[in-house]
Design a protein. Structure first.
Length: 418
């Protein structure tokens, strides 16, 4: 259904409240402008709508000149609509005393308040009555100025509603995708539970057969069995990490070793790391525990590592994850730094906005970094971005040192590569 601005009730109360003594029949240009405004599609760009309204005025009174000059607006840059088009534009187009039509003897300018700026509606002619303080024609021009203001406000509101509707659609799409992922996650969790027992059996019998091979002096078979055992141990470690990550996210904050969370996160992201040809270096000092939910910290790190890998794919690059204690601040600083293409400075401030993403639909939904920001801030920490286009990106997470020491201290992890 084609929507017009007339769908909005009480659009022009100023017109309905005109003084009873004012004869609307004597003001045809105001009536024609109102009719034009009511018939304009709400989806029409503001610039086109205002241009059409100026054309209506000039068609109604071709012996008059009309112009509308508008400052920078959220829907368009500074603009001038004028008929005839040979208006005298100056170096200071927003001078309130500016006259646009020197070829006419008289010109009247009506200010129109638009947000923090002022727009100007001009009418020029050789008719001296244009300069009269009060006349039906001047009152009609004042009503035209009010209608132009109503048009600006209306199309501004329509634009805001359209943006809101688009955002709601994006949220619905994200919700549907989240529901699908939740169902897949539940199925995967059950699968991981089922894998644990046979993997433990494989490891047990592999160790038994390796001992038998050593007793027979068969070194080659013992080496093969050792590799089988290592592969099974890796898969078992991964399944346990997956199950830990899949726990409900309403866990209470506790003392979490930073080194352990980083190691678990890198393991969980191994498929992203390998497919993106990324070299990972972990450099963790002897940091104390931080106060956060363990799976929440892993979730934060997994998101940051996965984003870094996607940014560097397919050419690859280097990813450095480091953790440093800042005793004077009572915080631990975790830095996730990549050598990817970097981020446009104009969008850095929007990275943590819900549903904002620079990825395609297959790679991201604009939810991950918003969740990361929410987790970190709720844990009384902070997260910042340092990025230079062409020189990579760093995410810096600050988390409070845990006041408890119930967990074993994080082991010192020398710089290592995965």
């Amino acid at each position: 259904m084609r929507r017009t601005v007339s769908d909005t009730q009480d659009l022009l109360p100023f017109y309905e409240s005109a003084p009873p003594s004012a004869d609307r029949a004597s003001r045809p240009i105001a009536s024609r402008l109102l009719q034009c405004l009511n018939q304009l599609p709400s989806s029409l760009p503001l610039a086109e709508a205002l241009s059409m309204m100026v054309h209506v005025l000039h068609e109604a009174l071709p012996q008059y000149a009309f112009a509308l000059r508008i400052p920078a607006h959220n829907l368009m840059p500074p603009v001038l609509f004028a008929l005839p088009e040979d208006a005298a534009w100056s170096d200071d187009p927003w001078d309130p005393n500016l006259l646009l039509f020197p070829m006419f003897a008289h010109e009247r300018c009506f200010p129109i308040p638009v947000r923090s700026h002022t727009a100007y509606f001009h009418c020029a002619s050789d008719d001296p009555s244009l300069e009269a303080a009060e006349s039906d024609f001047v009152r009609s021009l004042m009503e035209c100025a009010e209608m132009l203001l109503a048009a600006i406000r209306l199309f501004d509101a329509c634009h805001a509603i359209a943006q809101h509707e688009e955002k709601l659609k994006a949220m619905h799409r994200s919700l549907r995708q989240s529901n699908k992922l939740a169902a897949l996650g539940e199925a995967s969790t059950g699968l991981m539970h089922e894998l644990s027992n046979p993997l433990t059996t494989i490891m047990t019998y592999t160790d038994y057969l390796k001992q038998k091979a050593n007793q027979r002096g068969d070194g080659e078979d013992a080496e093969r069995l050792r590799r089988v055992g290592e592969a099974a141990a890796f898969v078992l470690t991964f399944t346990r990490a997956f199950l830990s990550y899949a726990r409900p996210d309403d866990e209470l904050a506790r003392s979490v070793p930073v080194a352990q969370a980083i190691e678990q996160s890198v393991l969980f992201c191994k498929h992203w790391i390998d497919s993106a040809n990324v070299n990972v270096t972990v450099d963790v000092e002897a940091t104390p525990c931080v106060h956060i939910g363990q799976t929440q910290l892993v979730q934060v790190l997994v998101n940051l590592v996965a984003n870094a890998c996607q940014a560097m794919a397919p050419k690859g690059g280097n990813l450095t994850i480091s953790a440093t204690t800042l005793p004077s601040d009572g915080m631990v600083r975790i830095r996730v730094e990549d050598t990817g293409p970097g981020i446009d400075p104009d969008i850095v401030h929007r990275l943590f906005d819900l549903l904002f993403t620079t990825k395609n639909k297959e790679q991201g939904s604009g939810v991950g970094l918003s969740i990361v920001h929410d987790i970190v801030t709720k844990s009384k920490g902070s997260i910042a971005v340092d990025s230079t286009p062409g020189h990579g990106t760093s995410f810096i997470v600050m988390l409070p040192i845990s006041p408890e020491y119930s967990c074993p201290p994080s082991p010192t992890m020398p710089p290592s590569s995965y």
